[in-house]
Design a protein around this ligand. Structure first.
Ligand code: ZN
Length: 358
């Protein structure tokens, strides 16, 4: 891995990612995959919260949702980073094994953990050791996507925990299932984002200094660490987040979205570093506590101001409307030490208005 001499950011990722002026981070792949920096504990809090709300384990649901997305993610996002993917029909077993290892290791650059391919029998099975997965069920879904895509056979994955933050992942050909159809191309369909005026101080490599001041890649461990908070982070494809959210809603019904919002609000309230922010109180300072949204790819905060009985905040291009509303409320609570009610609506596609009330 090469690192930028100016800012220390890993070069392949810096070349591949674009921090836009509208509060999004987009991959330069065919699908223009959107990424968002989230705390690993935050994701685990959301998933564990849903699991205890429902009262059943949800790992297989997360896995299933990600497996579908993982295939597309592997098909479009990773090859854009990895220019040396073997192509064509000739796929010797050692080549596929090496490629699988190579792909999985590139996931470590996004903070998804470290993978080591042990056994590999082409078209049949594989065993992979995963250390420090951000969320094991997501990695399993991605890995099933990688192998299914490389081998063109339907696969199933299961995993067992060896010790804390270390797992064996088993991938096996799914007997009796239909052959995996070639993945439909995502096409060049550009998702429309509302234009914004975010400006970053950037390194000559193009990566905003806000990012490198905050995020450090420990490639060996496959983790991203926030230098300021000390917490672990991950650069997550937004389609993954959406797919799992959709699957949860399908499985658990209409109350699920509100539950996820509450969980996000709770997490931000309990864990955010904004509580340490000195400074004045008031609507204008509200923008300050949202100032990491653009470099994280969470969205573009464009306005905050008082309304009757509360405070209103407008975020454009939120990576997820409900969860971002929950985050805004939780940050406000952490910052002020009070608890608030929250409601939100989308005035137009991509324009989220959050109202906080005492
Ligand atoms: Zn740089």
């Amino acid at each position: 891995m090469r690192y930028c001499r100016g800012c220390g950011f890993p070069v392949p990722y810096g070349r591949f990612l674009q921090w836009t002026s509208d509060g999004t981070i987009l991959g330069k792949d065919k699908g223009r995959t959107r990424l968002v920096y989230l705390e690993v504990d935050e994701m685990r809090h959301l998933y564990a919260g849903v699991s205890s709300w429902i009262g059943v384990p949800i790992d297989r649901i997360i896995y299933r949702a990600e497996k579908e997305v993982g295939r597309r993610f592997i098909e479009t996002l990773l090859p854009a980073i990895i220019s040396r993917m073997p192509r064509g029909h000739f796929r010797p077993e050692w080549g596929v094994k090496a490629t699988a290892g190579y792909v999985l290791n590139y996931m470590s650059g996004l903070g998804m953990g470290h993978a080591e391919v042990f056994d590999y029998q082409s078209g049949r099975s594989s065993r992979v050791r995963i250390v420090n997965p951000h969320v094991m069920a997501l990695i399993a879904g991605d890995a099933a996507g990688v192998f299914g895509n490389l081998e063109r056979v339907p696969v199933e994955a299961r995993w067992e925990r060896i010790k804390t933050e270390e797992y064996y992942l088993y991938i096996e050909k799914e007997e009796g299932a239909q052959a995996t159809p070639a993945i439909e191309r995502l096409g060049l369909e550009e998702k429309g984002y509302l234009p914004g005026k975010v400006e970053f101080d950037a390194c000559k490599c193009g990566v905003p200094l806000d990012v490198t001041r905050n995020i450090y890649l420990d490639l060996e461990k496959g983790i991203l660490v926030n230098r300021v908070t000390g917490l672990r982070e991950v650069a997550l494809p937004v389609p993954s987040f959406d797919a799992v959210f959709r699957e949860f809603t399908r499985e658990f019904g209409a109350d699920l979205p509100a539950t996820m919002e509450d969980l996000e609000q709770e997490y931000a309230r309990e864990n955010s570093a904004v509580r340490y922010l000195a400074g004045t109180r008031g609507p204008e300072s509200m923008m300050t506590i949202l100032s990491d949204f653009p470099w994280r790819g969470i969205g573009n905060p464009v306005a905050a101001g008082p309304v009757q009985g509360g405070l209103q905040v407008v975020i454009e291009n939120p990576f997820h409307a409900g969860v971002v509303a929950g985050r805004v409320a939780g940050l406000y609570e952490a910052w002020t030490g009070t608890q608030v009610g929250v409601s939100w609506q989308e005035d137009a596609p991509g324009r989220l208005r959050v109202t906080l009330t005492q």
